[in-house]
Design a protein around this ligand. Sequence first.
Ligand code: PLP
Ligand code: COI
Length: 355
Amino acid sequence: MELSINLTTQPKEIPADESKLGFGNVFTDHMFVMNYDEGKGWHDARIVPYAPIALDPAAMVLHYGQEVFEGLKAYRTADGSIQLFRPQENFKRLNKSNERLCIPAIDEEFALHALKELIKIEEKWVPHSKDTSLYIRPFIIATDAHLGVRPASSYLFIIILSPSGSYYAGGLAPVKIYIEENYVRAVKGGMGFAKTGGNYAASLKSQDEAKHQDYSQVLWLDGVHRKYIEEVGAMNVFFKIAGEVVTPALEGSILPGITRKSVIEMLQSWGEKVTEKRISVDDLVKAFEDGTFEEAFGSGTAAVISPIGMLKVGGKEYTINNGQIGAMSQKLYDELTDLQWGRKPDSFGWIEKID
Ligand code: PLP
Ligand code: COI
């Protein structure tokens, strides 16, 4: 497919103070856009100046939430080059989400090609400071002007870019989390494994209440038994108990994180045993009570590796590893970020250079 390019005549100022970027606040000069129409397929792939999009007020995404998205990052290395981390996995997952939401599949190879071209154009927007990156947000929305409930017949696929710092303001500082007992995010058979806005909408109320209680996120339980650990707002979760690493198995209700997959593969390459299984709240409480609970951390593109320093279960607060980052969490964070920012050779074959 052809990719047409129309460059802006009014480039914006690139923020000089990278320490003030925050997460997802600033957007670059251009975006990638492609249309889908039934009978025509995906067409008119283009890079155009970043601008608001016009949508009919009846556009189906606005009413029934038919949309999917992805999140990945472009990293600036010490020699000034730019690289991506397992981007093929993101486009593969986008198509899995598409399938669940009745959105037509995209050509994954072409999407990656278009993303690379977009990043080349926006090269100057990839920040240089430690722990900063260019956050990439591909998304697809249903655009038919129609109010009946059915899959749409027209879509927009857009990729926007946002130079960003840490997702959590505290950076690598251990976060406080509680186990959510009132609300659920997703159930098996629902959309939990897909990256779609509705899952995040379902989480807002709970996240808001957590913020008010000075917790950074909640840890979700399964929606049926209300006793098995699922994931955190924007992260998968891992526990180290009695020397063994465990993480909730992928049973359809949690996001199959690319960082999760990478953490598992990295730990296994170090000879660590990682078990994907159902983990109950009782298993965690037991480990706290018998002193075998060693570490807990979340994994995600935006959050990287985020140590959990305190977990509230029922009314009780349990401090983990004295509220400090554990040795394994720290090593994973170091190794993963060394790979992502090109400080260490890519022995796993996970890096995709932009040239
Ligand atoms: N779980 C949820 C709900 C998320 O939003 C994310 C972030 O993308 C993750 C887990 C981690 O996934 P990944 O490692 O692919 O970023
Ligand atoms: C990511 O980690 O990329 C995410 O999409 C998380 C989030 C900001 C929703």
